[in-house]
Write a protein that binds this ligand. Structure first.
Ligand code: GLN
Length: 380
């Protein structure tokens, strides 16, 4: 393997899902729903295939999807963007992040991350040869240590890569925090890459896109996808929204990474995004019920549960159960209890910071969540 990837192992999500299968454990690890996406979206994909929409799509997205993305962004943020010049459709948000980094970051540029961070960020920054500066968010509220952020910014800082609602903590960036990040970025001429794939799973406060703050659109790439919102994580449809001068870089990288994204799935994604707000309200209602089951269950089991405002994840402190660290706790949980969680140390540069924390997901049917809680109550 090339040096730039030497330090990375099989992703923790793959590792844990394989162990779940091997031990017949209930998988509250990798974040994928164990229920299907909506019928009307699946039908739209079948129809697109039957209608012969099966050859390469336009590189930056089928026109209908670019327009639907722009329209939803306008509903969500009030920002009017040109679907032809400011929206790029990619193969999932992970590719949108990679295209953004590879298209806009030079080797040796500094990029700031908030730990715990989604694992692809570090690997992709490493592929781009970027230097990572990491700011650690700490329990109980995982708020941004402003002074640390200020002192992390240097003349070589090119971008801040952030995520709200935040995987794995469930933290949502507050308006005050976003204003602060915005003013630092404007003052120091820094870009923001904002991963907002959980924007429709915002429970405790309203989601705010940093692009909508004054002076920020021109320096922000907003990244999103279909998977979480429509329970179709295997479709891998994502997108980047950015002003034309940044879009050029994103599209150049995208053109040579994947060239284009699956044509029929893009047509179906356009149908999905044109759905009414009632869909999102129902989604949120369903998830809130699931969240309650898991949150209360984990408390009853005896974990220290940190409040989660958004995403479909909850972080807990496992130390009441006396195991050494997050990895040994998760191993014990799989083998002795039959439940899978995600150890969080992989999401930090300094692995020590994550050793007390593990992540559970509630994107599973209620019966599955209840059985997992029962197993833990019995055997932990
Ligand atoms: N985003 C999903 C999670 O955090 C996992 C995606 C993946 O397996 N790479 O669980």
């Amino acid at each position: 393997v090339a040096k730039r990837l030497e330090k990375f192992k099989t992703t923790i999500f793959t590792q844990m899902s394989m162990l779940a299968v091997k031990h017949g454990a209930i998988n509250l690890g990798q974040g994928f729903p164990n229920f299907d996406g909506p019928e009307f979206v699946k039908e739209a994909a079948i129809q697109a295939i039957k209608d012969g929409k099966n050859q390469y799509a336009r590189g930056y997205g089928v026109p209908d999807l670019n327009s639907a993305v722009a329209e939803r962004f306008k509903n969500d943020t009030g920002l009017v963007v040109d679907p032809e010049k400011e929206v790029t459709v990619t193969s999932g948000c992970t590719e949108a992040i990679a295209a953004t980094i590879l298209g806009l970051i030079n080797p040796e540029d500094e990029v700031i991350l908030f730990a715990p961070f989604y694992d692809s960020y570090e690997a992709t920054l490493s592929m781009a040869g970027a230097k990572i500066k990491c700011i650690t968010l700490r329990p109980p509220d995982f708020s941004i240590p402003i002074d640390e952020l200020k002192s992390a910014i240097t003349k070589n800082t090119r971008a801040i890569l952030m995520n709200t609602p935040h995987n794995p903590t469930g933290k949502m960036f507050t308006r005050d925090e976003l204003n602060l990040i915005a003013s630092l970025c404007i003052e120091n001429d820094v870009l923001v890459f904002s991963d907002e794939v959980y924007d429709k799973l915002a429970f405790e406060m309203d989601h705010i896109s940093i692009a909508s703050l004054p002076g920020m659109y021109e320096r922000t790439v907003t990244l999103n996808s279909l998977g979480k919102t429509f329970s179709l994580t295997g479709w891998k449809i994502g997108w980047a929204i950015s002003p034309p001068h940044l879009t050029w870089g994103v599209r150049q990288a995208h053109s040579y990474l994947t060239f284009a994204t699956s044509t029929p799935m893009q047509h179906a994604a356009a149908v999905a995004l044109k759905t009414s707000d009632a869909y999102y309200e129902e989604l949120k209602r369903d998830y809130l019920a699931k969240k309650k089951i898991l949150e209360e269950g984990l408390k009853a089991v005896g974990f220290t549960v940190y409040p989660s405002s958004g995403t479909y994840f909850i972080i807990v402190d496992h130390t009441p159960f006396g195991l050494e660290d997050d990895i040994s706790f998760c191993e014990y949980l799989i083998k002795e209890v039959g439940v899978v969680a995600i150890p969080t140390s992989v999401f930090y540069l300094n692995k020590e910071d994550g050793k007390n924390l593990v992540r559970f997901t509630f994107c599973k049917d209620e019966g599955t969540l209840r059985s997992a809680v029962e197993r833990m109550k019995e055997k932990l």
